[in-house]
Design a protein around this ligand. Structure first.
Ligand code: NAD
Length: 310
């Protein structure tokens, strides 16, 4: 069965499209240069991926992460654990990685088996090695406007908005979806940029009343084509974080976002395609975070072992 993009750009040079692939390449280029410079100081970033249980869903992501890591000069190590692994064994494995100076980043692939709480695993990762930006300390930091290690998908989505050139200070933004891993962090990142942010969710009474007011709309809901062109203001920026696999009328499969691309494209000033929008940028941000984490560990180490200054 062929998986096709239902959001293929309709014109060769469509200036409305916020091209995630192009931005991802740009970020990777900058990261590769800085990784090289860090290596010249004797520090080599090493990212360890942890996958637990049936990993078919994660395998594609892991392969992609490994490919991008290698492109930017980051060592990527895959570790797989059986579904039967205990919570205690997983926590011990993470503690070992925390203590290993050669490991500078840890990523826990989703999903994990229901017997293991992913939040507990994420909280066990040392905050300086939390390249996903999902540790409670990292989430807390973005509330304090410390954005060094923000959650990858949310940072990627905000980076795409920045590509529009819109002034974020005072921008009216609506974020649809308030999950801990996507919607809420996006709202905090935007507030730290000075935007005026409204957050909507499944209990919001009249979604369109809010979304039509916004200069920029972020949608991270997991409902195919929830947002239509009639729900956004003409000229608004639309950042679609949703990834939904649907069955097409011919029995094939397609990946679509949370926005109805065709109708939104006609109304929006800028729009992210799905796939090819937030997804590729997310992987590049993961690598940027891995570089940042290694740099922070180097600084931490040097501050611990610097001799007294007389
Ligand atoms: P989630 O299920 O944790 O949260 C869904 C959110 O949508 C909730 O806040 C809920 O209140 C809200 N919601 C549900 N129905 C709604 C409705 N009818 N109107 C308004 N709000 C509604 O989902 P999540 O983990 O935040 O993921 C959201 C989407 O983003 C999914 O499609 C997921 O696949 C995608 N995603 C993409 C990336 C990426 O890298 N591009 C990463 C993570 C998640």
């Amino acid at each position: 069965m062929m998986i096709v993009s239902a959001a293929a750009p309709r014109r060769d040079r469509d200036h409305k499209i916020l091209d995630g692939k192009a931005l991802a390449v740009e970020i990777r280029g900058a990261v590769a240069e800085r990784v090289q410079a860090l290596k010249e100081t004797g520090w080599s970033p090493r990212l360890v991926s942890i996958a637990v249980g049936e990993t078919d869903a994660a395998k594609l992501y892991i392969r992609n992460q490994k490919r991008v890591a290698e492109q930017v000069g980051i060592t990527f190590e895959e570790r797989f654990y059986p579904e039967t692994v205990s919570r205690a064994e997983m926590l011990a494995a993470i503690q070992t990685l925390n203590a290993d100076h050669n490991v500078t980043g840890v990523i826990i692939q989703r999903p994990v088996p229901p017997s293991i709480a992913i939040k507990e695993l994420q909280a066990a990762v040392h905050p300086l090695k939390d390249v996903e930006g999902m540790h409670p300390a990292s989430i807390g930091n973005i509330v304090y406007n410390d954005l060094a290690l923000g959650p990858c998908t949310s940072v990627a989505a905000v980076e795409l908005l920045k590509r529009t050139g819109l002034e974020l200070k005072g921008l009216e933004v609506v974020v649809i979806g308030h999950s801990e891993i996507v919607g809420k962090p996006i709202a905090f990142l935007l507030m730290s940029e000075g935007a005026t942010v409204t957050v909507c969710h499944h209990m919001t009474r009249n979604l369109a009343v809010h979304s039509r007011q916004a200069d920029a709309v972020f949608v991270a809901v997991g409902k195919p084509r929830l947002i239509t062109g009639a729900m956004i203001k003409p000229g608004a920026a639309l950042i679609d974080i949703g990834i939904n696999q649907i069955t097409t009328p011919d029995g094939g499969t397609a990946v679509v976002g949370d926005a109805d691309y065709e109708s939104c494209h006609d109304v929006a000033g800028w729009i992210t395609p799905v796939p090819g929008g937030v997804g590729p940028v997310t992987v590049s941000i993961l690598m940027r975070n891995t570089l940042t984490a290694a740099t922070l560990q180097k600084q931490h180490y040097e501050s611990q072992f610097a001799g007294p200054s007389f």
